[in-house]
Write a protein that binds this ligand. Structure first.
Ligand code: MN3
Length: 273
């Protein structure tokens, strides 16, 4: 098990989001003793998990295999008017679900002790006939799991931690510069992809982007390796229904929805190594 980006701590259930459960599914311990499906059934501490977001795919297994599609951490309409419910339902219930289904197929017969994070980190070492499917669908799964959880309904995402504010100031030049830099990356990504806030191996914050479903954790694949703590999906499926070709308006809207509590927690974990 790769624990480089995990750290233990009390569950944070702000916004109905259980941080421990999220880390388990993001790190995607493949089958690791069924950790994902267990977490999906009952949150640690015996507290009932957040209600499934109806109509958005639920938590049902997408296919035979270790990966399941977790419900959205909020109802699909919760991000209105910035992101519309229909987009959220299709994005989560169809697009993310397809990544999970195809990921299960691509991981077939692989050791249940191999974590998805380790697979993605060493994606360049996998045989070509599996690499593409793992890269696209494994990346799609971890990227979207992060995305849902680093967003929160407007006004409920809290404030960045003191440590994160300090790092944003020292590494990125402050909050305004951060917003400008990630917006520029999101706008500059030609075609489908993601813009990211990452923690680099030197434990610095940086802004980067990846094409398609590549993740900054994919060594040997991406230009800048790091641990993503926030990302903006700039595939057209993320915004086209509401924003059509106006990607800039969508990017601006996403920046209104940052779940700073979650991003701060991810920063603390990544910065601690
Ligand atoms: Mn997407």
């Amino acid at each position: 098990m790769d624990t480089s980006t995990l750290h233990d701590g009390p569950p944070d259930r702000s916004n109905g989001f259980d941080r421990r459960r999220f880390l388990l599914s993001t790190a995607a311990l493949v089958a690791a003793s069924g950790a994902i499906s267990q977490a999906g059934g009952q949150a640690p501490g015996g507290q009932a998990p957040a209600a499934p977001a109806t109509g958005s795919g639920g938590a049902a297994p997408a296919a035979d295999g270790p990966f399941t599609l977790d419900p959205l951490p909020y109802p699909p309409e919760a991000l209105e008017p910035f992101i519309d419910a229909e987009t959220m339902k299709i994005h989560h219930g169809k697009h993310h679900a397809a990544y999970v289904k195809n990921l299960n197929a691509a991981m077939k017969d692989m050791s249940p002790l191999v974590s998805l994070r380790m697979v993605l980190k060493r994606i360049d070492q996998f045989p070509a006939d599996r690499r593409t499917a793992l890269r696209n669908n494994g990346g799609g799964h971890v990227n979207h799991t992060l995305f849902w959880n680093v967003l929160a309904p407007k006004g409920s995402g809290g404030e960045p931690s003191k440590e994160l504010v300090t790092a944003i100031e020292s590494d990125l030049g402050g909050m305004t510069k951060f917003q400008e830099a990630i917006s520029a990356k999101a706008m500059g990504q030609f075609g489908s992809g993601w813009a990211w806030l990452i923690v680099t191996p030197e434990r610095k914050l940086a802004i980067t982007s990846t094409p398609n479903q590549d993740s900054p954790i994919m060594q040997g694949v991406v230009e800048q390796v790091g641990t993503p703590i926030f990302g903006i999906d700039v595939w057209e499926h993320a915004y086209y229904l509401k924003y059509q070709n106006k990607r800039a308006d969508y990017v601006k809207a996403v920046l209104e929805l940052i779940n700073w509590k979650t991003v701060s927690g991810l920063y603390a974990g990544a910065a601690a190594g």
